[in-house]
Write a protein that binds this ligand. Structure first.
Ligand SMILES: Cc1cc2nc3c(=O)[nH]c(=O)nc-3n(C[C@H](O)[C@H](O)[C@H](O)COP(=O)(O)OP(=O)(O)OC[C@H]3O[C@@H](n4cnc5c(N)ncnc54)[C@H](O)[C@@H]3O)c2cc1C
Length: 182
C-alpha cells in the first residue's frame, strides 16, 4: 500500500490467500473457530492502538509545551498567554484521563478479567484525544507546526490512522453501546 499520508515508516501490504493449504500441525485453535479467535484478538489489539494514541498525545503535548516556553511574542513566552496555557491544561487533563482508562483496561486483561468494554473505550478515547491534542499542538506552533522540521507535523499525520485502524471510532461506539445494554 503506497502513498499513505501517515505511518510512512510502517511498510503496509494487503495479503491474499487463494487455495492456500495449511498443514494440520500448523493449525491455530480448532477448525471453524477462526472468526471467534480473530474477534478475541481484536480486544488486545485495541489496547495497542490506544497506547499509540496515548503516546502520540503525550509526545505532541511535550513538544507544544517546550515550544510554547521557548517562543516569545509581544515580549513574553507564548505559554504566558492564557489562551495557550488553558489549551495545554486541557491537553494534560485529557492525557491523564486517557492514561488512567488504558491502564485500567490493561490491568483487567493482566488479571484475567473481562476487558472488552474497557478496551473499546480506551481505543476510542485515546485515539480521539490524540487527534485533539495533536491539532492543538500544531496550533501552538503556529506556522512552524506545518513544517516537517518540527515533530508535531508528523504527530498530526500519524494520529489519523488511530481513529480508523483496528475498528473505527464508530465501530468502537457500537461495541460499547452493546456492552452497556443498548
Ligand atoms: C495504513 C493502514 C493499515 C492497516 N492495517 C491493518 C492491519 O494490520 N490489519 C487489518 O486487519 N486491517 C488493517 N487496516 C484496515 C483497517 O482496519 C480498516 O481500514 C478499518 O477497519 C475500516 O474499514 P474500511 O476501511 O473497510 O472502512 P468501512 O468499513 O468502509 O467504513 C467507512 C466508514 O463507514 C463507517 N461504518 C462502516 N460500518 C458501519 C456501521 N455498521 N455503523 C456505523 N458506521 C459504520 C466507518 O466507521 C467509517 O467511518 C489498515 C488500514 C490502513 C489505512
Amino acid at each position: 500500500m503506497h502513498g499513505k499520508m501517515m505511518w510512512r515508516a510502517s511498510d503496509t501490504a494487503e495479503l491474499y490467500f487463494d487455495d492456500c493449504r495449511v498443514p494440520e500441525e500448523n493449525l491455530l485453535g480448532k477448525i471453524g473457530e477462526g472468526s471467534h479467535i480473530m474477534l478475541h484478538t481484536l480486544d488486545g489489539g485495541r489496547l495497542s492502538i490506544a497506547a499509540m494514541g496515548l503516546g502520540c498525545a503525550q509526545g505532541a503535548f511535550e513538544a507544544a509545551l517546550q515550544y510554547g516556553n521557548e517562543r516569545k511574542q509581544f515580549g513574553k513566552p507564548i505559554v504566558k498567554f492564557q489562551v495557550n496555557a488553558f489549551k495545554l491544561a486541557d491537553m494534560a487533563t485529557k492525557i491523564e484521563l486517557a492514561r488512567n482508562l488504558l491502564y485500567k483496561a490493561c490491568w483487567l486483561k493482566d488479571a484475567g478479567k473481562p476487558y472488552g468494554k474497557e478496551a473499546a473505550m480506551s481505543k476510542l478515547y485515546c485515539s480521539e484525544i490524540a487527534k485533539q491534542v495533536a491539532d492543538e499542538a500544531v496550533q501552538i506552533h503556529g506556522g512552524y507546526g506545518l513544517m516537517k522540521d518540527y515533530d508535531v507535523e508528523r504527530f498530526y499525520r500519524d494520529q489519523r490512522l488511530l481513529q480508523i485502524g483496528e475498528g473505527t471510532s464508530e465501530i468502537q461506539r457500537l461495541v460499547i453501546s452493546r456492552y452497556i445494554g443498548c
